[in-house]
Design a protein around this ligand. Structure first.
Ligand code: SF4
Ligand code: SF4
Length: 308
């Protein structure tokens, strides 16, 4: 409830429920919407009481027509709730993208969504919150998609938190081939795990295992200045600037360039890396650049503080 506590000070007119689930392979929220529409109704009711919100928009990608139909039906008599079909495109579920596509609003740099009178809550979090209020049962399990080119029989499961990944993989009949990597989350933003002993945690919505062929990182070549990375960025950033800045050995200059070109706004969606014909690892460079800019800024602030 931390997110909700933080917004109690200001009026929240609009609640945006994120049912977009845009990463390849992941369908756990989709299943949850089909099977738990009663909890979504209860969750909306709770937020209406808790926040006094007047408008609820449930954003769902158009490739889930059954979920759109189901939720449109259950909210047919509630004029405050709109089920909004969204274009099925990655990264539709990113908060800035969802906010713009569902409401036409833009969140400025350093601005909190709550200052626009909006909060975004994931559809599964909403349902789990309602279940907790209904039964007192805390978060003990998760809808998890198990899929990928190395998975024998892809499925969605309700998995107790703490279950080892190896046990989950056994339930899909094992691997169909030697996996090149196993990811918690989707292939665009998920994190590779180094051992199948790793347990499912509260943030796990998918376990994706990719074959060696699909995991292979191709050798990067020189940037050909095609501009595709900048054109595809949903935030309007230019990742070639970050790559250039990270080559600069002068840390003050490097920081100045990264800061000016807004590296901290990068949402690490990976679209730029995906479209790059030179196979440059742009998203990894962006992550390093963000880390560098953050620590440089903190060191600067500490130095300034020490002077006063
Ligand atoms: S990862 Fe690339 S495409 Fe995504 S927000 Fe960052 S710079 Fe833009
Ligand atoms: S997409 Fe790749 S090759 Fe094209 S400008 Fe960006 S980094 Fe260079």
């Amino acid at each position: 409830m931390g997110k909700l506590d933080a917004v109690r000070k200001g009026p929240i007119k609009t609640v945006l429920v994120n049912g977009a689930e845009c990463e390849p392979f992941i369908t756990s929220d989709h299943r949850m919407m089909l099977e738990n529409s009663d909890l979504i109704v209860e969750g909306v009711e709770l937020l209406r009481k808790f926040l006094g919100s007047e408008e609820f928009i449930i954003g769902i990608e158009k490739n889930k027509p059954d979920a759109i139909e189901k939720l449109t039906k259950v909210f047919a008599n509630d004029p405050a709730v709109t089920v909004k079909p969204l274009k099925s495109v990655y990264p539709q579920g990113a908060k800035q993208v969802l906010l713009y596509n569902a409401t036409g609003k833009v969140v400025g740099e350093g601005q909190r969504l709550a200052s626009l009178g909006v909060i975004i809550i994931n559809v599964s979090s909403l349902a789990k919150m309602a279940l907790f209020i209904r039964t007192g049962m805390p978060l003990v399990d998760k809808y998890v998609t198990v899929d990928g080119s190395a998975v024998k029989s892809p499925k969605n499961f309700i998995i107790p938190i703490g279950t080892p990944t190896s046990y989950v993989i056994e339930q899909v009949g094992g691997f169909s081939c030697e996996p090149g990597k196993v990811i918690f989350g989707g292939p665009m933003m998920g994190k590779c795990i180094s051992s199948l002993d790793r347990p499912v945690i509260k943030a796990t919505n998918a376990i994706v295992a990719l074959s060696e062929k699909d995991s292979r990182a191709l050798e990067p070549t020189t940037c050909i200045h095609c501009g595709r990375c900048a054109n595809v960025c949903p935030i309007g950033l230019n990742p070639t600037i970050y790559a250039k800045a990270m080559e600069n050995e002068d840390e003050a200059e490097r920081f100045a360039l990264l800061d000016k070109s807004k590296v901290q706004l990068c949402i690490e969606c990976g679209c730029c890396s995906y479209v790059c014909p030179a196979r440059r690892p742009l998203v990894d460079t962006n992550k390093n650049a963000k880390r560098f800019a953050r620590s440089y800024k903190a060191a600067l602030a500490e130095k300034e503080g020490g002077k006063s």
